[in-house]
Design a protein around this ligand. Structure first.
Ligand code: MCN
Ligand code: CUM
Length: 792
């Protein structure tokens, strides 16, 4: 660790893409208008669970502006009623026979304009026979629970999977021998990523060329192309998927949605382009949700607070279809990192997935594949342990964190953390916060409250997280059989300017800037002379895309390796120009020069011109200046962070105000510290949202109770303090520039800090999120509610 140095080419460069984005010149899917384009709309189920007795589309079809109406039966006739999901399940495209959740897609209309399409939905007559719904995961496996997936032959219950990780026997032995055990039941409620831009598509099936062009809001264009190809039985080269500018994804735009496929079919049937854009309620009701984990955690320790083992049981609510998007071999995502940042002797978890009559729960919402749940669990457990043993939560953490000399660290659940200096990271957060003074202020405020019965209480909440980002390697991680490795193609033009094409896809993370900076760092080409091409399967190499904060760790590594290959090629050309053995040349940013004689050398610009010129080149140099790389990461990268949240709580009204938030992140070497800070700011706001206000909940009949921003509350700048950031740097030993991902770190780490702070203020051992004023007030009274009981 030590002093933070910014390597050449890196630094707080302003985002290149903002030149168009902040001027309203971005081009989003809904900005696209093709000649003759039709507009789609979806009829959705009003019931959470019902048999479809009949569907009559005749009135809608005779609407003068309607061009096609699609039902489940129409899709079944094309063998397209069901689509594969990443988790070896299938999900309905349009309901056939029955509906499984409220808001499920039942029919699709394409009409001359958006209004006509909506009007026509009202003309479709669907007769439903309502069935009892199962909404609570805890009753889904019980006797008499309604069967959600009875269309699957032989199915008798709502069980999805059982998965375990760690050593059960060793863990049980630690618990049996431990001096102290703390246990806690926690719910990580269902939440939604709620990006600013909802999901949408413009599908254009060209019957003459036999080509399908799709403009869609997707974080993973190549994966989507493979999916379209498999579902429609059309080879990949006949499909082009373009993701233009995207107004936020946060995981919501990883999955394939029925509206996309319906638009493709409607375009095929009508021979005209079809646009479909979700509205906000549709997005909140039917697109990928996150979390919905019911967890029982236990932590074993000595009486003086040496943590020995953690044991966890999870009930995972996957909704009606197992439509998660994590690597195939990980049914509970990367939940296995629930051992957190601590030096444990043993750990074990058992996760059971169940179906309910709710929209398919993805793993989406800045989750790094369930690490959000894992991190929240262990960081809550550590605070519960501190509460039970009467220990200070900061000192308890410091005493149990992994020490720098323990890296690379094999965890009890089979991961290998690459690097980190956890004590220094926590130490810096405590220092920035002024921890001891805060505790003194807390004691004074509490004494005042106890004397007068009024006033605010101060709460100080900590969380220390370890993230796991940058999936593959391809040998152990695939999605639908596609290995998690990504490509980068780099071409330096005769002018010395460069074009980089990558498989990842920015939704606001600033890739056009940071990936250009990677080229600047490796080749000395200024970032404004590097064009970054992304989001177009016709113009970019194959790769699985942007999620799980994998772009820097995987595509970034591919970019660096490709740039180094170009540099080596340039060395040979430089040798030819200078008539000197290439082995005698040394690289300084932007230039090959003679070792020991720096006045003799050639710049990359001169080398590029020569590589395309009529000049004779060495036999093993073909000419031109380009290179590619497909990067198969040897391991994930493991960023970490120490977060400290300070809240003021009014115990009479339950109102919470976040006064301060200190976040020290270690994401290895930072390419653009300003973009990293922006990523962290965003994730911290996520944490405040989830901890205090965000909740997707249902009534017992499965009616969705949060289908608008009136009910699904998001934090604004009003709820957020001025963030106080710090950094430590332990480079990843296996990443070519030592970078680790950061895009989801703050979302993973912050919820526990906020919850720990609120509970610390009111002296309560545990209460579930979201800690709304009502929930806090009840917790003060000693009777907090379960989040699924719609706290208002
Ligand atoms: N970066 C850096 N130095 C590092 C690490 C990252 O400069 N050591 C930069 C990267 O180059 C990139 C940004 O920070 O410009 C985020 O990088 P990374 O951690 O690699 O994450 P991804 O680019 O793969 O982004 C995905 C991640 C995920 S999975 C979600 S969800 C999320 C997030 O990013 N969605 C976002 N941040 C988001 N930010 C915005 N604005 N919009 C979203 O939808
Ligand atoms: Cu899981 S949300 Mo992000 O990985 O796209």
């Amino acid at each position: 660790m030590g002093r933070v140095v910014t390597p050449a080419g890196f630094g707080p460069l302003r985002r290149k893409e903002d030149v168009r984005l902040v001027r309203g010149r971005g081009r989003f899917v809904d900005d696209i208008a093709l000649p003759g384009m039709l507009h789609g709309a979806i009829l959705r189920s009003p019931h959470a669970h019902a048999r479809i007795v009949s569907v009559d589309t005749s009135a809608a079809e005779s609407h003068p502006k309607v061009r096609v109406v699609l039902t489940g039966a129409d899709l079944a006739a094309r063998d397209m009623a069901w689509m594969p999901t990443a988790s070896h399940d299938v999900a309905a495209v349009l309901a056939c026979g029955k509906v499984h959740f409220q808001g499920q897609e039942v029919a699709f209309v394409a009409a001359e304009d958006r209004y006509a399409a909506r009007d026509a939905l009202a003309l479709i007559e669907v007769e439903y026979e309502p069935l009892p719904a199962v909404v609570d995961a805890r009753t889904a496996l019980g006797p008499g629970a309604p069967l959600v997936r009875d269309e699957q032959p032989g199915r008798t219950d709502n069980h999805v999977f059982d998965w375990e990780s760690g050593d059960a026997a060793a863990t049980d032995a630690e618990f049996a021998a431990a001096e102290h055990v703390s246990a806690c039941d926690l719910v990580y409620p269902r939440v939604h990523p709620a990006p600013l831009e909802t999901c949408g598509i413009v599908a254009d099936a060209d019957p003459v060329e036999g080509r399908l062009t799709v403009h869609a809001t997707t974080q993973a264009p190549h994966t989507h192309r493979v999916l379209y190809s498999r579902i429609a039985g059309v080879p990949e080269h006949r499909i082009r998927v373009v993701a233009p500018d995207i107004g936020g994804g946060f995981g919501n735009k990883v999955a394939m949605y029925p509206g996309y496929l319906c638009a493709v079919v409607a375009s095929t049937v009508t021979g005209r382009p079809v646009k479909w854009t979700e509205d906000r309620s549709e997005n909140l009701m039917a697109s990928s949700f996150a979390r919905d984990y019911h967890m029982r955690g236990e932590i074993a320790a000595t009486r003086d607070g040496r943590i020995l083992a953690v044991r966890v049981q999870v009930l995972a609510d996957h909704g009606a279809f197992n439509a998660t998007s994590q690597p195939s071999a990980f049914p509970a995502g990367f939940f296995g990192v629930f051992t957190g940042s601590y030096d444990l002797r043993a750990a074990h978890c058992r996760v059971t997935g169940v179906h309910t009559n709710k929209a398919p729960g993805g793993v989406a919402y800045a989750c790094s594949f369930r690490i959000t749940e894992a991190s929240y669990l262990v960081e809550r457990l550590v605070d519960v342990l501190a509460h039970d043993l009467g220990l200070d939560p900061a000192r308890l953490r410091m005493a149990n964190l992994l020490r720098p000399e323990q890296f690379p660290h094999p965890t009890p659940t089979g991961w290998e953390y690459d690097s980190g200096d956890y004590p220094a990271t926590l130490g810096l957060a405590l220092e920035i916060a002024g921890y001891d003074e805060l505790r003194a202020e807390q004691a004074a405020l509490r004494a005042g409250y106890e004397r007068t019965g009024r006033g605010r209480l101060l709460g100080i909440g900590l969380s220390f997280f370890t993230e796991a980002v940058g999936a593959g390697p391809r040998r152990t991680m695939d999605i639908m059989g596609l290995g998690m490795a990504d490509g980068a193609d780099l071409r330096v033009h005769p002018s010395g300017d460069a074009v980089l094409a990558v498989s990842c896809m920015s939704q606001g993370q600033g890739h056009e800037t940071t990936f250009a900076q990677l080229i600047g760092h490796e080749l000395g080409i200024p970032a404004d002379r590097v064009q970054v091409v992304q989001g177009d399967t016709d113009r970019t190499p194959f790769g699985l895309g942007t999620y799980g904060s994998r772009s820097t760790a995987v595509s970034g590594a591919a970019t660096v390796v490709a740039a180094r290959r170009v540099r080596e090629r340039a060395r040979l050309v430089a040798g030819a120009i200078l008539e000197i053995d290439p082995a005698d040349l040394e690289w300084v940013p932007g230039r090959w020069q003679v070792r020991g004689n720096p006045t003799v050398g050639v710049s990359l610009t001169e080398i590029a011109a020569a590589a395309y010129s009529g000049r004779e080149l060495p036999d093993d140099v073909e000419g031109q200046l380009d290179a590619s790389c497909v990067y198969n990461p040897p391991n994930l990268t493991f960023p970490c962070g120490a977060y400290l949240c300070v809240v003021e709580v009014d115990p009479v009204t339950g109102e919470v105000r976040v006064r301060r938030f200190v976040a020290v992140d270690d994401c290895g070497v930072r390419i653009n510290p300003m973009i990293v800070a922006g990523q962290v700011h965003r994730g911290l706001a996520d944490g405040i949202g989830m901890a205090l206000m965000e909740l997707i909940t249902f009534d017992p009949d499965g009616n969705h109770l949060a289908a608008s921003f009136m009910d699904y509350l998001l934090p604004t700048s009003m709820e957020c303090p001025s963030w106080e950031l710090g950094e430590t740097v332990t480079p990843s030993p296996h990443h070519p520039i030592g970078a680790k991902g950061v895009g989801e770190s703050a979302t993973v780490g912050s919820p526990a800090a906020v919850v720990n702070a609120v509970l610390d203020a009111i002296g309560v051992r545990h209460a579930d999120m979201p800690l709304t004023p009502a929930q806090v007030w009840r917790a003060v009274q000693g009777r907090p509610l379960r989040p699924d009981l719609a706290i208002r």
